[in-house]
Design a protein around this ligand. Structure first.
Ligand code: SF4
Length: 137
């Protein structure tokens, strides 16, 4: 079983209230091979919402509010769902502060990328779950 970012599965859950549909991911969910989660929504953040980026150890939104607690809460919940469903691989949305893997925005909201993982992707990797992004498909 795989866990996938809900926005890749066609769910309109991103900060703009839009999806980022990826046909291969949509097909996996339809075949029952993957489950979709949105860590930001699971953390109680509204949709649409102010975009956030990782700044050091914190997650800060573009209005300057610290949303680290919500990101950690939602990522822990998504991790529990992943483990409970026996997921051993994740396909997550690239560059997201929750789901990004390998590259994330640098915290300046200037579309600049740095090496790093989103909060949920990092938790999955720490549990030994392989993480790729839609760009790796
Ligand atoms: S938290 Fe992940 S699943 Fe939710 S909108 Fe952001 S990238 Fe998509």
């Amino acid at each position: 079983m795989k866990v996938v970012s809900a926005c890749l599965a066609g769910i309109k859950c991103n900060y703009e209230g839009k999806s980022k549909p990826c046909q291969q991911v949509i097909d996996m969910v339809a075949r029952g091979e993957a489950i979709a989660v949105c860590p930001e929504q699971l953390g109680g953040l509204p949709t649409p919402r102010v975009p956030s980026e990782i700044v050091g150890e914190r997650v800060i939104n573009q209005a300057g509010q610290d949303v680290t607690k919500e990101f950690i809460r939602g990522s822990k919940e998504a991790l529990k769902i992943s483990i409970d469903n026996g997921c051993n691989e994740a396909i997550l949305k690239s560059k997201s502060p929750a789901c990004g893997s390998g590259k994330i925005h640098d915290g300046t909201f200037t579309d600049t990328l740095i090496d790093g993982d989103g909060v949920f992707a990092k938790m999955l990797k720490e549990r030994g779950i392989k993480v790729i992004t839609e760009k790796d498909l």
